[in-house]
Design a protein around this ligand. Structure first.
Ligand SMILES: Nc1ncnc2c1ncn2[C@@H]1O[C@H](COP(=O)(O)OP(=O)(O)O)[C@@H](O)[C@H]1O
Ligand SMILES: [Mg+2]
Length: 363
C-alpha cells in the first residue's frame, strides 16, 4: 500500500493552466474519489499521477518517494480507463496477462495472478473469449482485471462505469467497493456522477476549474458544504437557496428576506457576525417539512402552493411555488397532497447551511 501526496501541482496544457497549485493527500489504502463537472481537470490530475502528463510545477509523491519525473512503469500504479482499451485480437486471458508477459513475469506467477483476478471478477468462464464477444460490463471487468493482475499499490480509475447502463453501473460499483476491501490497494477514482462518488468514496475531493473546493468524507461534504458550488453540485433535487440578510435582534440572529424570517441563533457560525450581512440560506429538500410542523427545530411555517408532485416510490418530491421561487421538499409520509392547493412548509433550522452573499463561502 502506498500513499499519494500532491504538492502545489500545476499543469499547463496547450497554454491553458488546467490545474493550479493543487494539494491532495491520499492515505495508504484509502479510496478517494475526484468529483466535479466535465472539464474541471479530473482526468488531467489522474493522468499526471500516472505519469502520462508532465507537470509544470509542484511535486507528486507515491509511497513516500518523489515520483514527479518517474517513468509511468516505475510508479507502482495501474490505470483503468472509461474506454476499455482491450486488444481486440487477444482473448480475455491474454488481455489480462499482456503487461505481465511483456515484463517477463514467470509463467506460474502469471497464471496465479490471472486466476485470482478472474475469480474476483467472475471472469473464469470467459477467459477464452475475444472482447468482441463480451458485453460492455464484461469488457470493463476485463479492463479492471488487467489492472488487478499488476498488483499495483495504487489503482487509478477514470470514469470506468460511464459507458455502462444504469443497472450494470450500480452492480459494478458494489463490486469495486468489495474489490477495494479485498485488495487493500490505494484507489483514486474519477467521476462526474455524485451518486457514484458518495457511495464509493471514503473521502472525496470536489473540484471546479482545476481547484479542489472541499476534501472530506461524503457525509461531511453533503451536510456541511464548504461553499455554494459544492452545496449545489451534490444532491438531487439540489439544495434550496434563499437570498437574504442576517441581522442581530437582541441575543438572536435572524435570517430575513421579503417573505421569510428564520431564527438561526443556534447556527454554528465559523466566526461571529456583526451588523447586517448579505447571505444565502441553503436547505436540502429532505429538511423542508411539508404540510405539518413536527414541532422540533422548525422555523415558523409559511404558505406556498403545490406546483408539482414527483412520485419516487419510497418518497415524493413536492415542488412548492413560494412567491415565484420553486422550493423542493421530500415527503416520506402518506399525507394527501394535491397540486395547485395551498400548503404550509417550514425549514428545519438545525439542518441549514449559510453562505456569505459575496464570497459564497460557508459562514
Ligand atoms: N491536450 C490539451 N490541450 C489543451 N487543453 C486541454 C488538453 N486536454 C485537456 N484540456 C483542457 O483541460 C481541461 C480539463 O480537462 P480534463 O482533465 O479532461 O477534464 P475532466 O476529466 O474533469 O472532464 C478542459 O478545459 C480541457 O479542455
Ligand atoms: Mg475526464
Amino acid at each position: 500500500m502506498s500513499n499519494v501526496a500532491i504538492r502545489n501541482l500545476q499543469i499547463q496544457l496547450g497554454g491553458n493552466k488546467v490545474i493550479e497549485s493543487l494539494n491532495l493527500d491520499v492515505k495508504a489504502g484509502e479510496f478517494v474519489v475526484l468529483l466535479g463537472p466535465s472539464g474541471c481537470g479530473k482526468s488531467t490530475l489522474l493522468h499526471s499521477i500516472a505519469g502520462l502528463i508532465d507537470t509544470s510545477a509542484g511535486q507528486i509523491e507515491i509511497g513516500g518517494k518523489d515520483m514527479t519525473w518517474a517513468d509511468p512503469k516505475d510508479r507502482g500504479i495501474a490505470l483503468v480507463f472509461q474506454s476499455y482499451a482491450l486488444y481486440p485480437t487477444m482473448n480475455v486471458e491474454a488481455n489480462m496477462s499482456f503487461g505481465l508477459r511483456i515484463n517477463g513475469t514467470p509463467k506460474a506467477e502469471i497464471a496465479r495472478r490471472v486466476s485470482r483476478a478472474s475469480d474476483m471478477l467472475q471472469l473464469g468462464p470467459l477467459l477464452k473469449r475475444k472482447p468482441a464477444n463480451l458485453s460492455g460490463g464484461q469488457r470493463q471487468r476485463v479492463a479492471i482485471g488487467r489492472a488487478i493482475v499488476r498488483e499495483a499499490d495504487v489503482m487509478l480509475f477514470d470514469e470506468p462505469l460511464s459507458n455502462l447502463d444504469a443497472k450494470l453501473r450500480t452492480e459494478l460499483r458494489r463490486e469495486l467497493k468489495q474489490l477495494h476491501k479485498q485488495l487493500g490497494a490505494t484507489m483514486i477514482y474519477v467521476t462526474h456522477d455524485q451518486v457514484e462518488a458518495m457511495t464509493l468514496a471514503q473521502r472525496m475531493a470536489v473540484m471546479k476549474g482545476g481547484v479542489v473546493q472541499q476534501f472530506d468524507t461524503p457525509d461531511v461534504i453533503y451536510n456541511t458544504p464548504a461553499n455554494l458550488f459544492v452545496a449545489t453540485f451534490l444532491g438531487s433535487p439540489g439544495m434550496n437557496l434563499f437570498k437574504g440578510e442576517l441581522e442581530q435582534q437582541g441575543a438572536k440572529t435572524i435570517f430575513t428576506n421579503e417573505h421569510l424570517s428564520v431564527d438561526v441563533t443556534g447556527y454554528p457560525f465559523k466566526q461571529p457576525l456583526t451588523g447586517k450581512h448579505a447571505c444565502v440560506l441553503g436547505v436540502r429538500p429532505e429538511d423542508i417539512d411539508v404540510g405539518h410542523s413536527d414541532g422540533v427545530d422548525v422555523s415558523a411555517a409559511v404558505r406556498a402552493s403545490v406546483s408539482l408532485i414527483e412520485a419516487m416510490g419510497a418518497h415524493r418530491v413536492v415542488w412548492l411555488d413560494f412567491h415565484g421561487t420553486q422550493v423542493a421538499g421530500i415527503v416520506q409520509d402518506q399525507q394527501q397532497i394535491e397540486t395547485e392547493k395551498e400548503i404550509s412548509f417550514s425549514i428545519r433550522t438545525n439542518r441549514i447551511s449559510l453562505f456569505d452573499g459575496a464570497s459564497e463561502q460557508r459562514l
